[in-house]
Every structure is written in structure tokens, then in C-alpha cells.
Write a protein that binds this ligand. Structure first.
Ligand SMILES: O=P(O)(O)O[C@H]1O[C@H](CO)[C@@H](O)[C@H]1O
Length: 298
């Protein structure tokens, strides 16, 4: 329904430009930081001042959100003195969107002048040490759909965005992770802040036990159905990336376990922890300039 067939990009440079021009002509905000809010995490945009909100349905070439917990609004405004743009709701492969559409907003951010992308998501914990409600700083990811050719950069490469073969060994900024770790100490969050590897699966079903065991063997600490395409496209076009994954459930690795994961539970845990996430993200945003100035974080 939403997709054009094949793996080629279905968005032209003209489409990206049109959307960018449309936004630039309607807002005076010129964000340097973009935040993608994961399932149930839309309230990350709540503290923004001088807010200007655009429903996705009004923005040319933008997909619309179809998943509960994803409001479907682009919010511009100022947070801690920094001009930001928030995606209240993201797009997923399982909604029927091509990965080109899923990642469309990331290239819009680039054209708007954004330099740093902060991605958040809800995920299932695979690492035995993780508890429900833990916040995982994403150290690295595994692009499982990418292994099977479902990759946002398949098709002709547009050099105006980036190179044909981008390096992904430094996908998540070390400096931003260090800053976030320092912040978690200051906020006294260390007993629920972790670091780990996020794995993307296409969804929409949650994992079987055999799949979950396989992912754990592969070195995944958490699993979700998003984020990796956005991060890949962001790295391709030279954005600095930081990612937070909220562990909303423990993935079943044992056939004797009775609990059954569901999206309502995911949203409930997201809401429960959203304020802590908000505090971390806001403090990080307040301090991003320290990195640009090459200063230490404290
Ligand atoms: O990754 P986000 O968008 O936070 O959402 C996560 O939550 C949903 C499942 O409950 C899936 O969409 C999964 O990817």
C-alpha cells in the first residue's frame, strides 16, 4: 500500500528539497539537533518552548504514523537554549513503508541543517543482566534486515547525501555516549543505565524463543523493530548519532516462561520511564556544545 516495489529509493532529491523548503518557509526554527521519539516516548518533546507542531499528514512527502504510541507530529522548538526538532512518532518497515520512506525525515533533518541525531526506542532485553525499565545507551547495532537486502542505502547512491560505502564502525558517537554516562552518574541513574548492542528485526511479530536465543548468541543485548535504518542514513549523510533504548520487556528465552509480551505493556513501561529518559536527553542536549568546543563534560 505505502511502498513502491523493489529496494530502490522511492524518494527523489526533488522530494527531499520540496519538503525541506515547505518546512523552512513555515518555521523560523533552524534546529541543529533532531530527536526521534520511540514507542510511547512522545513526551520527550514536552518541555520544548516556542513550540511549532506540524502533523505528518500536512507535510509534503511525509509518511503518516499508524502505530499506537506514535503521535505523528514534527515538533520544532527550543530546549535548554538549543533549537531542536522532535519526531513524535517514527516509521517502521512493518507498517508497509519502504526503508527510503522510513528514513525520509533523517535526510530532511540534514537539509534543514541538523548536525546531531538522537534516536530513542523501546526494546526487549536479551542481556541476562538487564531489567525492565533499564535505559541502554546504544553502543552498536546489528542490521538484521540489512543482511537480507532490506537496507535503506540499496539502490543508486546519491553522492549529495554521502558516499557509496559508508563506514559504520563508529555509528554511535563515543563522545556523546561518554557525556551520557557522566550525566547518568550526576543524575544518580547508574543503577538503571546500561550500555549494549541493539538488534533490529523487521517485526511486526515479537521473537520466537529460538530466534531470541539466536540473537543472544549473536551478541545482541536488546531487540526492536526500528532505529537501525535511521542511524544508517544519518551516518551516511554525516550526522553525529546518539541512541537510547528503553528495555520495556525481557525477551523470553525459556520455553517454561509464562509471560507473553504485548505492545500495551511496551507503552506502559515507556510511559513509566519517559521522565527519566527526558531528563537524560534534555541534559545531553543542554551540553552538546561542550563537544563542539572540545571541552570535557563536567
Ligand atoms: O522501536 P520503537 O518505535 O520504539 O517501537 C518498538 O515498540 C514496538 C513494539 O511494541 C515496535 O515498533 C518496536 O520497534
Amino acid at each position: 500500500m505505502h511502498t513502491k516495489g523493489g529496494t530502490e529509493c522511492c524518494c527523489s532529491f526533488e522530494d527531499y528539497n520540496q519538503t525541506t523548503e515547505w518546512l523552512l518557509s513555515r518555521t523560523r526554527h533552524r534546529p541543529k539537533i533532531a530527536v526521534v521519539c520511540g514507542s510511547g516516548l512522545g513526551l520527550l518533546a514536552d518541555r520544548v518552548i516556542n513550540k511549532q507542531t506540524f502533523p505528518y499528514a500536512d507535510i509534503p512527502h511525509f509518511p503518516v504514523s499508524t502505530v499506537p504510541g506514535h503521535e505523528g507530529c514534527l515538533v520544532f522548538g527550543v530546549l535548554k537554549g538549543k533549537c531542536c526538532v522532535f519526531m513524535q512518532g517514527r516509521f517502521h518497515l512493518y507498517e508497509g513503508y519502504s526503508l527510503c520512506k522510513v528514513t525520509f525525515p533523517v535526510r530532511i533533518f540534514k537539509l534543514l541543517g541538523v548536525e546531531t541525531l538522537i534516536v530513542t526506542n523501546a526494546s526487549g532485553g536479551l542481556c541476562p543482566d538487564f531489567k525492565v525499565g533499564d535505559i541502554m545507551l546504544i553502543k552498536d547495532h546489528i542490521n538484521l534486515p540489512g543482511f537480507a537486502g532490506q537496507h535503506p542505502l540499496c539502490g543508486p547512491n546519491d553522492e549529495r547525501f554521502g558516499i557509496r560505502f559508508p563506514c559504520m564502525s563508529d555509528a554511535y558517537s563515543k563522545e556523546l555516549r561518554k557525556l551520557a554516562l557522566d550525566i547518568s552518574h550526576e543524575l544518580d541513574y547508574t543503577n538503571f543505565v546500561r550500555e549494549g548492542v541493539y538488534c533490529m528485526v523487521s517485526g511486526p511479530n515479537f521473537e520466537t524463543i529460538a530466534e531470541a536465543r539466536m540473537l543472544q548468541i549473536l551478541g545482541c543485548d536488546s531487540v526492536g523493530m526500528s532505529t537501525v535504518p535511521e542511524v544508517t542514513v544519518a551516518k551516511h549523510c554525516g550526522l553525529r548519532v546518539f541512541g537510547l533504548s528503553l528495555i520495556t520487556n525481557k525477551v523470553s528465552l525459556d520455553y517454561s516462561r509464562e509471560e507473553r509480551v504485548n505492545h500495551e505493556e511496551v507503552l506502559e513501561i515507556s510511559k513509566m520511564r519517559a521522565e527519566h529518559l527526558q531528563m537524560m536527553v534534555n541534559t545531553l542536549i543542554a551540553r552538546t556544545h561542550l563537544l563542539d568546543e572540545g571541552l570535557n563534560t563536567n
